[in-house]
Design a protein around this ligand. Structure first.
Ligand code: CA
Length: 230
């Protein structure tokens, strides 16, 4: 199998060198770019399997790079953020990043996240799953298509998998940890709050009124469930 290609967009030389070392040791091919504009160009040229994207970048910041990549690609995006960029990292997830790691991080943890994201994106392509249809929504896993009524809606790969997981067992309550294990992968080691952010994004796309969600219900102190009556 061809080695997965990873694009690392980061302006701190030390971090680039360190991550390159760890990722190459795992058998990945690593390309890097030191500013946002260069990162976008490299993305178009290389079509990597995954992007590691620093938030604070010269010329074009990580949020803008993420937004532009998401205009035509579902590639997994892992954001690097600093501790004091709490709001930015939530914005990052809300515009389509799949996960984030806060600096300073352990390279081992980052590699584990990369592996989990790549495994997830491999599993989620054309796996012959049955069509799911409920509460006015329809998912066609083979084509990765989603419909609300007659209208096709655009979901990220992660949103698609999250919704499919919930719709497969209508009414079943999932805890955040169960959703992480099902959608992100059993060895996911990140922050369970990413589930809330991605559920929020999904609701904006699938609910009639995302402030009063009827399809994905919050079960207080537990987690979430899909309501077939929604
Ligand atoms: Ca930076």
């Amino acid at each position: 199998m061809e080695k997965p290609k990873i694009l690392l967009v980061e302006d701190e030389r030390k971090i680039v060198d360190l991550l390159r070392l760890y990722l190459e040791r795992e058998g990945y091919v690593v390309a890097s770019a030191a500013d946002g504009e260069e990162g976008l160009k490299a993305f178009t040229r290389l079509r990597p399997s995954l992007v590691i994207l620093d938030l604070m970048l010269p010329l074009l910041d990580g949020l803008e790079v993420c937004r532009r990549i998401r205009q035509d690609s579902q590639v997994p995006i892992l954001m690097l953020t600093a501790k004091d960029e709490e709001t930015d990292k939530v914005i990052g997830l809300s515009i389509g990043a799949d996960d984030y790691v806060t600096k300073p991080f352990s390279p081992r943890e980052l590699v584990a996240r990369v592996k989990a994201l790549l495994r997830r994106s491999r599993l989620s392509t054309g796996n012959g799953d049955r069509e799911l249809s409920d509460a006015g929504l329809k998912l066609i896993p083979d084509k990765r298509q989603a419909f609300k009524g007659e209208d096709e809606i655009t979901l990220t790969a992660l949103e698609f998998d999250l919704l499919a997981c919930l719709m497969k067992s209508p009414g079943r309550v999932y805890t955040r940890d169960q959703l992480l294990a099902n959608v992100w992968g059993a060895d996911y080691v990140g922050d369970p709050r990413v589930v809330d952010v991605h559920v929020g994004n999904l609701r904006r796309k699938i609910e009639d009124d995302s402030s009063n969600p009827r399809r994905i219900r919050t079960v207080r102190d537990v987690g979430y469930k899909f309501d077939p009556q929604g």
